[in-house]
Design a protein around this ligand. Structure first.
Ligand code: SF4
Ligand code: SF4
Length: 340
């Protein structure tokens, strides 16, 4: 493991070197909010953002992508996977990527997703500024996550940059001349992790996530589903912004000659009215309350039963994105836990 300690100036020089060598994506300020986008210069990189509008999942599972081209009875798989560095991912978003890694490698391996992951070098940054709706400490994602290639932590005026994998080590090669992180700074970093975990527990899930599958089993007829869903616009915003939502639709775009065309996948969302519409226009989740409940079952029961992880990483994006103010997992799961 390499652990360097640099000034912001040295960090920027390193990032400018990475940009000169290949594609680098990072969080940037856009009209008063933050978004991941391609970086042109290190000065645009924001490491003190609160939360980005969309999570970085869009770089592994794009909102729209061609997956197959077909022509005259032949078909070829299409992939645009190419090397890139993703800089400044918050720990909760890294936890979400780690969950998707498991899901997309299970059963039928999703080669499109996995090829992009393989090509990516992901650098996490510890959170410097919290969004008001975050509850990462309740779900164990407030601090340095597994799965990243390198980690950046601001400690006072210095930045500690640490490699976690061989890819991360290669990335840090450009910092060979920088001093190793000293013991005092590393001790302050430990303290910062403790502080972050404490600060991010202000919004608290009062139930251990591992208990939720069992609690939800008995909560199928809980009044919270109807109560909340009666105000739902079925806009799908909570799905769109969620780092752990990964549902997609597959559509064929056929040319005038029906033997030729493209198979495309696009993001879908379980809160949308037609999400569960199948052949014959039968919709097996037509009712808004059924869709609303399904979303919380998916995060709290179905995905945990599949991969062993609670499928909400506590980013709070859905809370901010919901105009009806009904999409708060803390509120919903605490209500479920109250009556048990
Ligand atoms: S359910 Fe909400 S808080 Fe949880 S990961 Fe998704 S967007 Fe974030
Ligand atoms: S964001 Fe709110 S209103 Fe929109 S689908 Fe989700 S819960 Fe319903």
């Amino acid at each position: 493991m390499i652990r360097k300690q640099v000034t912001r100036q040295a960090l920027d020089a390193w990032v400018d070197g990475l940009i000169a060598a290949g594609r680098v994506v990072g969080a940037q300020k856009k009209g008063g909010r933050y978004a991941f986008d391609d970086l042109r210069r290190a000065a645009d990189l924001c490491l003190d953002y609160d939360v980005t509008i969309l999570p970085p999942k869009k770089y592994f599972l794009p909102p729209k992508e061609d997956i197959l081209r077909f022509s005259d009875g032949r078909y070829e798989s299409v992939s645009d996977a190419a090397p890139f560095t993703l800089l400044g991912v918050h720990p909760y978003d890294m936890a979400a990527i780690a969950q998707m890694d498991k899901l997309f490698a299970q059963d039928n391996r999703d080669e499109h997703y996995l090829a992009r992951r393989e090509q990516a070098t992901v650098v996490v940054c510890d959170i410097e500024r919290m969004s008001p709706n975050i509850f990462a400490a309740s779900v164990g994602t407030a601090t340095a996550a597994d799965g990243c290639d390198a980690l950046i932590t601001r400690v006072g005026r210095a930045y500690v940059i640490e490699s976690h994998t061989a890819k991360g080590e290669r990335l840090l090669a450009g910092l060979a001349g920088a001093p190793d992180a000293d013991a005092v700074t590393l001790a302050r970093r430990e303290q910062l992790w403790e502080d972050n975990a404490r600060l991010m527990s202000r919004r608290e899930l009062r139930v251990e996530p591992r208990r939720l599958p069992r609690l939800l089993e008995d909560a199928y007829d809980h009044p919270v589903w109807e109560e909340k869903a009666s105000q739902c616009f079925a806009c799908g915003s909570c799905n769109l912004v969620c780092p752990t939502c990964y549902c997609f639709d597959v559509q064929d775009d056929v040319e005038w000659d029906p033997s030729r065309g493209v198979r495309r996948r696009v993001w879908d969302g379980c809160m949308l009215t037609d999400f569960a519409t199948v052949a014959g226009k039968h919709n097996f989740r037509k009712n808004r309350a059924d869709r609303y409940r399904h979303r919380y079952y998916r995060k709290g029961k179905y995905v945990p039963e599949k991969i062993g992880d609670f499928s909400c990483v506590g980013c709070g994006r859905c809370v901010s994105a919901c105009v009806a103010r009904i999409a708060d997992p803390v509120e919903v799961y605490n209500r479920i836990a109250e009556v048990q």
